[in-house]
Design a binder for this molecule. Structure first.
Ligand code: 13P
Length: 249
């Protein structure tokens, strides 16, 4: 069975609550699609108004991060139950910006993965190499480690329902997209890694996105690759172009 494409916007640290609602209103008609899952991953403070604004549409709302404890003395953090109660279906975990600026590790990402599944939230787990790693020829070794540790203790059924986003760090926000061949090669490598950890059926079911300077001009070619099941989109998710990416065909 063909995997359903999933196109998610990662708004990062952009849009106040009122700006967020205005953006949803602008994008709503543009992202209507019966063929593709559409997700807006938004800053925590925007979640409640964005969930409200997306009611009755095809848009699902995701968070950009989540803590791995249930509740308690963790000042500034957001719990999984807070997210589900607010209507969240997806959560981005282990984005390279969180790994780089907020000291997230494969181990903390793994704890968050397990917690997300416990609460019925679908993780979009990010992985991706630096330019230096690519030049040293260790891209796949590095990503396999991220995937293997990230999925420790995750069951095959949970893995089948999850999303992995391959985002080469050198392609994020740089306008320098990976070539279609580079993106497909790594996404296929990630699928092979999932087959090794679990089995072919799990590898066939899991959805793998490409992220990194996806735009209205390159989405169609990227998403047409055998192992690329959609995209995680930063900058272009904040404008009307996102509608073109969702309706890439
Ligand atoms: P850009 O699309 O702005 O390159 O960002 C990609 C990204 O980091 C999505 O999570």
């Amino acid at each position: 069975m063909a995997r359903r494409k999933i196109v998610a916007g990662n708004w990062k640290m952009n849009k106040t609550p009122s700006e967020a609602v205005a953006l949803v209103e602008e994008l709503k008609p543009l992202v209507a699609s019966e063929d593709v899952d559409v997700v807006f991953c938004v800053p925590a403070i925007d979640i409640i108004p964005v969930v409200e604004a997306c009611k009755g549409t095809n848009i699902q709302v995701g968070a950009e991060n989540m803590y791995f404890e249930e509740s308690g003395a963790y000042t500034g953090e957001i719990s999984p139950a807070m997210l589900t109660d607010a209507g969240i279906k997806y959560v981005v975990l282990g984005h390279s910006e969180r790994r780089e600026y907020f000291a997230e590790t494969n181990e903390t990402v793994n704890k968050k993965m397990l917690k997300a599944f416990e609460h019925g939230i679908t993780p979009i787990m990010c992985c991706g190499e630096t330019l230096e790693q690519r030049e040293q020829g260790v891209t796949m070794d590095f990503i396999r480690q991220q995937v293997k540790v990230g999925f420790m203790g995750v069951t095959a059924d949970q893995a089948k329902a999850s999303v992995i986003a391959y985002e080469p760090i050198w392609a994020i926000g740089t306008g320098k997209t990976a070539t279609t061949e580079q993106a497909e090669e790594v996404c296929a490598g990630i699928r092979a890694c999932i087959a090794e950890i679990y089995d072919e059926a799990t590898a066939e079911a899991i959805r793998i996105q490409y992220g990194g300077s996806v735009n209205a001009g390159n989405a169609a070619e990227l998403f047409a690759q055998a192992d690329i099941d959609g995209g995680l989109v930063g900058g272009a998710s904040l404008k009307a172009d996102f509608g073109k990416i969702v309706n890439y065909k």
